[in-house]
Design a binder for this molecule. Structure first.
Ligand code: ADP
Ligand code: MG
Length: 685
């Protein structure tokens, strides 16, 4: 018999081809099967007597076969095995299509359990293609709660079930469990062995519930420990005390009055930075709520103490734009701002690096380039990251290491993340919510249309441009390996088609094949009003600010997630002008229609994020890997909020007692947390 960690192809009933199929699911040995959790369950535990059956019921019936099954050919390629089975209350007629061998399987006088959907035919009942087991050997596929697994071609539910069964039998008392006993006891969780057995083959609903709770706790606990290790216990750490400064001197000079919410967020951040504790603050606010100003105020504040700040943006275009905005806010105060991006010339970079090291420059705005080796600050006191969800926890940590002492951290997120996710991703960051938009903002009217509106849409674009406005058009990104459906236009093709329709307009296009420098140049032209229409892929998704843009057209809108659509829509309606968002889609699917319709009547980013989570499920939220977090296998963030809180509390407590997980009883946990971090491409310290 194969061992737990032997390759699967040596396992009975699996072999070469099936082992390959399993490996597509990420399963390479029996141990992997033990933690291959079912994606659903089918409750086949309910039995009924034939006289109690109702049309539409799905139940188990225990019945004896009467007479020999008959085989009839209805037409070519459609053959039917029919049999009659009865209990002491009535008769059930059963048919199987195209499974001729069954004619010889069912023996008259023998009893079976049949599980399937009941149909009433006059006064009689029938089942078509029911699952069956001989009564004497029943209990695997009928009469119980049966696990349903994710499959790939070459695997059947039955094969996966029996392989998992085998794995559990070989595993005996071994489990991949990472939960220390003391924690399991404290939170009254069932034993690991019981949990792994019952999550696959639950004795009943109660057992399944106990098993799931334990495993969800375990998964979230290991994740919380991994994140805790990565953060390296920044919480509660002493932080540099920045001298208090009169914020009025900064805010009074602005071209507009900060909103109450902006002032509150600024106040909270500067009080953190003067408190003696290290700041770990998330500023969360919908697109257009004015987060950049909050960052600028913090940079100004740090500069009053003579300290430096770093500001990290996820793309070159954004870094460019923030550089311009922040320079505008800060240079009047004599604060020098530099820029560092990957596409800069080596000579320019060297000059910036020298200015950072000497302290000549007080703020450096940049991309991931800020993380590279050789970037060193003279006196880094504050790190701001924009659109934080694009950065992993570990990147934030890497940036924090650029200072001699750990710097204060301010993260800004425009993606309104549902509370459950925020708790995991940001752990114990303090949160400032900007829940107020600058005055004069108007709702962006949103419409979902199909391509029969093309003519009218082009007319609308022309009209707006004639009024002096600008227009964004976004096309989905097409992956290289993707077979391109006919109706899916690349940004380039779309721009060319549009130019033909509207020859008078100045149309620019940003697409994946352009160099960063060229993208920036086109973006700059658009910002300066030298282009009327900008056609692009999603490079403009986050942050880009062109207040004169009044229309956002999104082509093949069904290809975008809700939160993404919301981000895109946030690119317009930022100035004084009435703005529109038009979602173009010919998709007929129910889910796609529901998403587009949600966009037309919801404008609040948080509500959209929640709707997104509901429609897509949390798996996808993580699946996109935007968070730098590993995929969850069993926890459901929509449903397991309470377990999440308990698991985080437990992880915090454990890490306080054993910050490096050095104790021997925590070794398995340390190993699993390490695997998680390795899988998410991070560092483990
Ligand atoms: P986001 O939160 O999406 O990053 P920005 O910081 O880019 O938002 O701000 C969006 C726009 O609103 C910018 O043009 C900015 O200058 C402007 N703005 C910010 N705060 C205010 C305010 N208090 N009053 C008026 N306009 C503001
Ligand atoms: Mg922004």
């Amino acid at each position: 018999m194969a061992g737990l960690h032997d390759e699967l192809r040596y396992t009975k009933g699996i072999g070469e081809a099936r082992a390959k199929a399993f490996s597509k699911l990420g399963i390479h040995d029996l141990a992997g099967l033990v933690s291959f959790f079912p994606r659903a369950y089918e409750d086949r535990s309910r039995f009924a007597k034939i006289s109690e059956l109702c049309d539409g019921d799905t139940v188990c019936v225990e019945a004896m076969v009467h007479g020999s099954p008959t085989l009839s050919r209805i037409r070519r390629g459609l053959e039917l095995v029919k049999l009659r089975a009865a209990d002491d209350t009535g008769t059930l007629f059963i048919s199987y299509f195209n499974q001729n061998y069954l004619k010889d399987v069912f023996k008259p006088g023998e009893s079976y359990v049949f599980y399937g959907k009941v149909q009433a035919m006059g006064r009689a009942f029938t089942m078509t293609n029911p699952v069956y087991e001989r009564l004497s050997a029943a209990g695997r596929a009928t009469g119980r709660i049966v696990p349903v697994y994710r499959l790939t071609s070459g695997l059947s539910q039955n094969l996966v079930r029996s392989s998992v069964r085998q794995a559990l039998d070989v595993a005996g008392d071994w489990t991949p469990d990472g939960l220390p006993d003391a924690v399991a006891r404290k939170y009254r969780l069932c034993s690991a062995r019981y949990a792994y057995e019952n999550v696959h083959f639950p004795a009943d609903m109660r057992a399944l519930e106990l098993a799931r709770t334990r495993l969800v706790f375990e998964e979230l606990f290991v994740l919380a420990c991994a994140l805790g290790l990565l953060r390296g216990g920044r919480e509660g750490q002493a932080g540099r005390v920045l001298a208090r400064a009169e914020l009025e001197r900064f805010t009074a000079s602005l071209p507009f009055r900060p909103t109450g919410a902006q002032l509150r967020a600024i106040g909270e951040a500067v009080s953190d930075m003067s408190s003696g504790r290290l700041m770990n603050r998330l500023v969360q606010g919908d697109v257009g709520s004015g987060k950049t100003l909050v960052a600028a105020a913090c940079v100004w504040y740090a500069a009053q103490s003579g300290a430096q700040s770093a500001f990290m943006a996820p793309t070159e275009i954004l870094a460019e734009q923030h550089f311009a905005t922040l320079t505008g806010f800060l240079e009047p105060f004599g604060i020098r701002v530099a820029k560092l991006t990957g596409s800069m010339k080596a000579k320019e970079k060297r000059e910036v690096l020298a200015a950072l090291a000497s302290g000549e420059v007080q703020l450096c705005v940049g991309t991931h380039a800020l993380l590279s080796e050789g970037v060193a600050f003279r006196d880094l006191a504050l790190v701001v990251t924009d659109e934080q969800h694009r950065f992993g926890v570990q990147q934030r940590a890497a940036l924090a290491e650029k200072g001699a002492a750990p710097p204060h951290i301010l993260v800004m997120s425009a993606t309104p993340i549902p509370r459950t996710l925020a708790l995991i991703i940001y752990g114990d960051l303090d949160v400032s919510l900007i829940d107020e938009l600058p005055p004069g903002r108007q709702k962006v009217d949103t419409f979902a249309v199909d391509s029969s509106y093309r003519q009218r849409l082009n007319g609308f674009i022309e009209k707006l441009v004639s009024e002096g406005r600008q227009v964004f058009v976004v096309c989905p990104r097409i992956e290289d390996d993707e077979e391109k459906p006919d109706d899916l236009k690349s940004a380039e093709e779309h721009a060319a088609a549009l130019q033909k329709e509207l020859p008078e307009l100045r149309i620019g296009c940003i697409h994946g094949k352009l160099k960063a420098r060229d993208k920036d140049a086109i973006m700059a032209q658009f910002s300066a009003g030298e282009l009327d229409v900008l056609v692009s892929t999603t490079v403009i998704e986050v942050g880009v600010d062109v207040p004169n843009a009044a229309l956002m057209v999104i082509e093949n809108a069904e290809r975008f997630g809700l939160s993404q659509l919301h981000q895109l829509r946030g690119r317009v309606g930022r100035g004084r002008h009435k703005s529109w968002c038009i979602l173009v889609s010919d998709a007929k699917g129910e889910e796609a229609r529901a998403r587009l319709s949600a966009m037309t009547h919801i404008s609040d980013g948080f509500k959209i994020a929640e709707e997104d989570l509901r429609l897509r499920g949390p798996g996808d939220f993580f699946g996109s890997r935007q968070h730098g977090l590993p995929e969850l296998h069993i926890a459901d963030l929509g449903a397991d909020m309470n377990v999440l809180k308990a698991a985080q509390e437990a992880a915090k407590e454990l890490l306080e007692a054993d910050p490096e997980l050095a104790a021997s009883e925590n070794s398995k946990l340390k190993e699993r947390a390490g695997q998680l971090i390795a899988m998410s491409g991070g560092r483990f310290n």
